[in-house]
Design a protein around this ligand. Sequence first.
Ligand code: 5GP
Ligand code: ZN
Length: 138
Amino acid sequence: MDCIFCKIAKGEIDHNRVYEDEHTVAFLDVNPAVHQGGHTLVIPKKHYELITDVPEEELGALLSTVKRVSKALMKFGHGVNVVQNNGKVAGQVVPHIHFHVIPRFEGDEVKFCYWDVHKLDKEKMDEVHEKIKSLLNE
Ligand code: 5GP
Ligand code: ZN
């Protein structure tokens, strides 16, 4: 499969790897969100597209690496955002699941697309409440 992150996981390209273990690799994003750098991507070595595709054991390993990287980046900067996009509509560009771990600095001008909030009437809120609960039990 012609996947850029599979090639990075195999060590075929990219030299900015910062961490590796049995299941995961962490490397610097080529286009960091902060001018200070340090924006890190955490991926599974095996190719999965979405968070929902990853087996529990590997997901646990991924989160453990996200925590490890976050701990380092909290010392590199002053805070951290963890961002994970699933599907084109959610902003996913590379179809190999990845967590962005982005160090934050006082006064940085990182732009996230924050959402406008919506007020749902009680009927709609109850309907959605029931729907999500039933989807969680499927
Ligand atoms: P997405 O929008 O899919 O959540 O994020 C994909 C990320 O992968 C982007 O932040 C982009 O800069 C990064 N990226 C894409 N291609 C490469 C690459 O070849 N090397 C590295 N290090 N990062 C990449
Ligand atoms: Zn891949």
